[in-house]
Write a protein that binds this ligand. Sequence first.
Ligand SMILES: Cc1ncc(COP(=O)(O)O)c(C=O)c1O
Length: 338
Amino acid sequence: MKQKQQIMKTPEKLTLARLPTPLEPLDRLSNKLRGPRIWVKRDDLTESTGSGNKIRKLEYVMADALRTGASVVITSGGIQSNHCRATAFAAAKLGISCHLILRGRPPASLDGNLLLDRLLGATISYATAAEFADLDSLYKRTEKLYSDQGISTYSIPIGASNALGMWGYINAAVELKADFLSHNIQPDHIFSATGSGGTLAGLIVGQQLFQLPGKIAGFNVADDGEFFRTKIAADIDNWGRQFGANLPALPIKIIEGYVGPGYGRAGPEVFSCIDLVAKLEGLILDPVYTGKAFHGMLESIRRGQLKNSSDIVFLHTGGIFGLFPHRASFTGPDSPPV
Ligand SMILES: Cc1ncc(COP(=O)(O)O)c(C=O)c1O
């Protein structure tokens, strides 16, 4: 707790997520694989419409938005962004407006997260991939649309992965530590999907501050390991400067090889993994984030890379609504062999 006392400013937070989330063992799957006991931290249960990891970050980021008196929050992501849907949810719940800048063309029909964005009243603008490459300009243009009308805005980066958002997973590290104590386990590994880096950055800092056991690793679902090591190191650095903590250089482990055909697209092995886990454990994963990471974790077990581990933890970061636009890829009724 020595490091904890070095933190000068602890930010305000709202209560938007239903916490603590459960930590549950997947015993049928673990037995079938003859590997370590797999536990799932159910952050897919943080809320219903706002479910997933983003709502933990938004408890801090939206508190800051309200503090500034903003009437509109602006954020961005892919057409099926879970973060955008969670932001639209939080804004509606707090009685302010939300503007989403989504990468891609308006689809012919509303589906998954996009349907919820619209139901929640978000204003949506679409940007081409080329426009999205200069996201700063898109944010500035959108902010100006409102400021020209005398409306104040608050901009949130992709995935709410900034120093403030990291607090969501610093606190999750405290929660995990209590989970481990109550289940009397000392997990060797904690795995998560990594999309914009904030979840992993928060967990890594939380581990350092609160002595959470286990090696933390993220499976990147876009870009590559180098990109995320650089991004997460910069986020941790910013966090230290913003909140007055003097952190040593912390290990950032990214496991590559599971992006598949690209961000938002998945190969048959990911759909097989989702199918297997759903049928065996009643646990639903998604093809964009958790399905890829979970598949990567099962591959590590199958290759014997975790044979010395007794307990491992998978952080289920949500994303269920992103499953529905991929309905065509679930073809067969049978579970694949393990
Ligand atoms: C369901 C889901 N899991 C994992 C992630 C990755 O989290 P982070 O962006 O904090 O790396 C995201 C968002 O990017 C997500 O929507």
